[in-house]
Write a protein that binds this ligand. Structure first.
Ligand code: SF4
Length: 390
């Protein structure tokens, strides 16, 4: 990885926070909620909003794995939050089970369809597989609709459609193993065991993509994959309105008001599907318009919410969004880790100190900059500098 010369190397934790194993951040504990099937009833959503308001800082993130994160939880109130989640049926029996149950499901599932059936089977199988000691970030994708939609989402094992076939795919491979709806979950667990047997994990870390770069997938993985459908935009769908959250975050108050319209399905696109709602009221930080310029900006938590952040990021994102050329993406990162957009972006700003950023063209947050040490005020005064010479 080429590194921006003016940004210090970020710390890599190698695990994700959960509810039972929260992570300390700059604004308190981050408590991550992995909703089964990525769905919250209206009562669950309102109760989560209440926990955020009572015990956190009133801000809720939606992660790229369709998990919610309550922010600003104190050590003292963590137990009360766990009790609240337990009452809602949203708590696993222990942190290991919670970590293993890392399933991202297409939000467009219907009761009894292939997505729903496979996700349920996989959830049961993972809960029962106590011998399966997978790395902390190891995850599964269930994407068995008419065409794959989650290929750009990080995962180690994918269950996805390819034409009239259903495939289990090792991330990084161009082919997969044909399975049936009834056998998909077990085949996914077999592939997870193969990953461990092949030495894919070491010291609790390791990803399937890295293993596949070193050795081929099993011989039975010979059916070609289909390519992914584009990421959806906010707007009405056959299942209800799909709304984007400004920079992947929402206030607890707006979250509760969103749930007044119907059960919520969490997506990996920083969007929420409001099940069956005919229309929505305008809510702060909730984007209904697919042309909203904020959709062209990817921005991480930044300071003070992230302990590693060298600068605040979100206000700058709000101010620069209208100046991002149509069809392009601006990534603003509080450090070189680039959590909000791990891949390259046409435009990237990486913090190097408080309100000071390196500008990278067509690269990742950690890549060599085109222009170093731009101040946030200079960017606000002359946002054209973003695209000059790009
Ligand atoms: S990229 Fe942002 S959220 Fe990720 S570690 Fe750096 S400052 Fe924190």
């Amino acid at each position: 990885m080429s590194r921006s010369s003016s940004s210090p190397a970020p710390k890599v934790y190698g695990w994700c926070p959960g509810a039972l194993r929260p992570m300390m951040s700059g604004d308190g504990l981050v408590v991550r909620i992995r909703a089964p099937l990525g769905r919250l009833s209206q009562a669950q959503a309102r109760a989560i909003a209440g926990l955020s308001q009572q015990h956190g800082n009133g801000l809720i993130d939606l992660s790229a794995r369709a998990n919610l994160q309550l922010r600003g939880i104190s050590d003292q109130s963590h137990a009360a939050v766990m009790a609240g989640l337990q009452d809602m049926g949203l708590l696993d029996r222990d942190a290991t089970t919670e970590s293993r149950r890392n399933i991202l499901l297409s939000p467009f599932w219907q009761p009894g369809d292939a997505n729903h059936t496979i996700a349920r089977s996989l959830e049961r199988a993972l809960k029962a597989a106590e011998d399966l000691l997978l790395p902390g970030k190891f995850g599964f994708v269930v994407d068995a609709g008419p065409e794959p939609q989650l290929q750009s989402c990080a995962a180690d094992i994918r269950i996805e459609r390819s034409g009239d076939k259903l495939l289990v795919v090792a991330d990084g491979a161009q082919t997969g193993c044909p399975v049936e709806v009834e056998t998909a979950a077990e085949a996914a667990l077999d592939l997870a065991r193969w990953f461990l047997d092949q030495g894919g994990a070491s010291m609790g870390r390791g990803r399937m993509r890295a293993l596949i770069a070193r050795r081929a997938a099993p011989a039975s993985h010979s059916s070609p994959r289909s390519s992914s459908a584009p990421e959806p935009s906010p707007g009405m769908t056959a299942f209800g309105p799909l709304v984007a959250l400004e920079f992947g975050q929402i206030t607890a108050e707006a979250f509760a008001r969103l749930a007044d319209h119907g059960p919520l399905r969490l997506t990996p696109w920083r969007m929420i599907l409001v099940e069956g709602a005919p229309e929505l009221a305008t809510l702060p930080g909730v984007i209904l318009d697919e042309t909203d310029p904020r959709l062209q900006v990817r921005v991480c938590t930044g300071a003070p919410g992230c302990l590693q952040a060298l600068s605040p990021t979100r206000d700058l994102a709000r101010d620069l969004a209208p100046f991002v050329p149509k069809g392009q993406v601006l990534h603003i990162s509080g450090c070189a880790k680039g959590c909000a957009h791990p891949g390259p972006a046409p435009l990237a700003l990486t913090a190097t100190a408080t309100d000071t950023f390196d500008l990278i063209h067509h690269g990742k947050a950690s890549d060599q900059p085109s222009i170093k040490t731009l101040s946030a005020s200079a960017l606000r005064t002359a946002p054209k500098i973003l695209t000059e010479g790009s």
